[in-house]
Design a protein around this ligand. Structure first.
Ligand code: PG9
Length: 637
């Protein structure tokens, strides 16, 4: 194409986008009136709430509410300070809603006491008839409150006090705000018409802080929410410092005298949540009462749960919330969207790389925002609201074909179970053998979770979710099983069950299972690999991974040791996938027992509390994976 034509094309494309960005920078100030309120809850606690009302709202031009409740602050605070964007996308901001942001109880400018994953307690109560309730100036008795009741009371107040609203309310939030969204959908106010929990936390024993009871160590290095700020060390630093060999002081495995984690205990002695985590190593009432899953009943408004296939923080959350709402609330409008994104990256119209070297292009997020999210909220908050959105039950991205796929049911109705046996000859076999694979697992020489051990990887490591796994497969303490080269495409859609039959010479062990897409030697550069120096030939791309802390194999509440040498069942679920292994590729499974420093090391000697294991507890062990072990997948035609 002639150069002048390129230049013209670039100008034509850039100007509107530039104008759009410029308008976005001032758009909120020019088009919305910001007011801050302290909204009283039923127990008298006042929550700081910022309301952005479109300037053209009037008795004839009324707008719905779109609420986000957050523990991460509704800043900017103060009059005449405006954010660059309001709402989940530029699209909805320009379509205009009354956007409401609230600091949850006990956070930032709100009153009250905050706790992690507020236990839901008011859904057992008849919803307080807010109409006509006498003004509660101080609790006359113990008034039960939680995120559900705070959302209810907030909506009731907004409807009465913010003029020119159309009486309809939506809510959305990503990650922790995603939890507040799903909690707000429980025992909901009748004016709440549409909720979109996005990357919502469902339960900290399975999301974020733990995976099936194994502790995700990145959370040691905190998080503003937990009032502690500590720079992330690189994985190399973890290996270098005496962490591995440091004799732990008062029992904490990571109690460190040297290296980059020096004095980390200083931060944690007074960090209440940290002490709670350490003192509740099993899935006891402390964690159970904080899970939102048991409360997802009697939901009567539209739901659209959103997640990312490469989300390293909250992948169980969106999938389990969608499935539980579907099971407990037949007949309501309840849909799922899963895109090729890292944590919350669908909300970034540009640059939403997966924090790794797999990248599907900016247009994917824009497509989601304009053709899925905006359609959902506009329909229920401004439109007919009859559920005829034109959107599917499940809008999922196939990460092997790089295309969106729609389903009228998820898990897909036409999924067929298929079993791969872990054969000791390294094959994924179609029938069980009677041998076993064996490896020595040494917690002093743990398998790294990433090849890139010289850089920190964000507050929660992400890149392993799609990283090349060849570095691991070269190790003697990583078992590798794979199919022959595929003669046809193989599409896996749905959850993956690991049904391992294992033994160990120790009395405790972790089991990590990784599903990997093996590219052929001559695979051309993937069109979506921005780091052009990466060729895909023989690339072993992680598709899905999960760890099972073996002590919890029969119960997360009541852990059990292994009996040395006894063949033992360890069954656990890897979260759903939608991925086509193309013809010429292979399906690979890797099995290992350490994943450092992503998860804390299992001492492989059974102790009551791994957080307080001592140096002497960390012992090598010989693990066996028997050929009768199965990886059960769901195949879509
Ligand atoms: N789910 C994310 C998170 C919560 C709490 C601690 C660490 C991570 C998030 O809200 O981003």
């Amino acid at each position: 194409m002639k150069h002048w034509l390129y230049a013209l094309l670039a100008f034509v494309i850039t100007v509107p986008a530039q104008a759009q960005l410029t308008s976005t920078a001032n758009f909120v100030r020019d088009n919305y009136q910001k007011t801050e309120y302290k909204i009283p809850m039923r127990d008298g606690t006042k929550l700081h709430t910022t309301v952005y009302v479109p300037k053209d709202a009037s008795v004839t031009v009324k707008y719905p509410f779109m609420i986000q409740r957050t523990c991460y602050s509704v800043a900017p605070y103060g009059p005449d300070t405006y954010p660059a964007q309001v709402g989940p996308s530029g699209t909805l901001m320009r379509d205009k809603f009354i956007f409401v942001y609230q600091d949850v109880r006990g956070r930032w400018a709100s009153e009250g006491t905050w706790t992690n994953m507020t236990p839901t307690v008011t859904d057992q109560q008849p919803v307080v008839a807010a109409k006509g309730k006498k003004k509660v100036t101080k609790p006359t008795s113990i008034t039960l409150v939680d995120e559900s009741s705070d959302t209810y009371d907030t909506i009731e107040w907004l409807l009465k006090n913010i003029p020119n609203n159309n009486g309809r309310v939506g809510q959305w939030g990503i990650s922790y705000p995603g939890f507040y969204t799903i909690a707000g959908a429980v025992a909901a106010h009748p004016a709440l018409k549409a909720s979109s929990p996005q990357a919502p936390i469902s339960d900290f024993f399975f999301d974020d802080f733990h995976h099936n009871g194994a502790f995700i160590q990145a959370y040691l290095f905190t998080y503003p929410v937990f009032g502690v700020q500590h720079p992330q060390p690189t994985t190399q630093a973890w290996y270098n410092n005496d962490f591995i060999n440091t004799k732990s002081k008062d029992g904490f495995q990571w109690q460190l005298d040297l290296g980059p984690l020096k004095n980390v205990d200083k931060y944690y002695k007074d960090n209440f949540y940290w002490q709670e985590t350490v003192n509740h190593p099993n899935y006891d009432e402390f964690w159970q009462k904080r899970s939102i899953i048991p409360h997802l009943k009697n939901i009567r408004h539209a739901m659209m749960t959103v997640g990312g296939w490469f989300d390293a923080e909250d992948l169980p959350g969106p999938l389990n919330i969608y499935k539980t709402v579907e099971k407990n609330n037949p007949g309501i409008y309840n849909t799922l969207v899963m895109g090729p994104f890292g944590h919350g990256r669908w909300s970034h119209e540009t640059g939403h790389t997966l924090h790794s070297n797999v990248y599907f292009g900016d247009s994917i997020a824009t497509f989601y925002q304009r053709n899925i999210e905006a359609k959902f909220f506009t329909h229920f908050l401004k439109g007919a609201g009859d559920g005829k959105t034109g959107l599917p039950e499940a809008y999922l991205f196939n990460t092997g074909r790089n295309e969106w796929k729609t389903f009228d049911k998820w898990p897909a109705a036409n999924a067929q179970s298929m079993q791969f046996f872990l054969a000791s000859n390294g094959k994924l076999a179609q029938q069980a053998g009677n041998a076993y694979s064996e490896f020595v697992s040494d917690p002093m020489k743990p398998v790294p979770y990433t090849e890139d051990i010289t850089t920190t990887q964000g507050f929660t490591p992400f890149n392993y979710m799609s990283e090349d796994q060849r570095f691991a497969g070269r190790r003697p303490d990583v078992l590798t099983f794979q199919t022959d080269v595929l003669t046809d495409d193989l599409t896996l859609g749905g959850e993956i069950m690991a049904k391992l039959k294992v033994s160990t010479t120790g009395t405790d062990a972790d089991w990590v299972v990784k599903l990997i897409d093996v590219y052929p030697p001559d695979e051309p550069n993937h069109p979506y690999m921005p780091n052009k120096n990466i060729t895909l030939g023989n690339y072993q791309q992680m598709v899905r991974s999960e760890v099972m802390r073996g002590r919890f194999r029969n119960s997360f509440e009541k852990p059990e040791p292994f009996k040395p040498g006894e063949v033992t069942d360890v069954n656990f679920r890897l979260q759903d996938v939608l991925h086509t292994f193309k013809k010429g590729h292979r399906v690979m499974i890797q099995v290992q027992s350490t994943w450092f420093p992503l998860i804390d090391r299992n001492p492989q000697t059974y102790v009551d509390n791994i957080f307080k294991a001592d140096e002497k507890d960390f012992q090598k062990a010989t693990h066996r994976v028997y050929d009768s072990s199965v990886i059960e997948v769901q195949v879509l035609k």
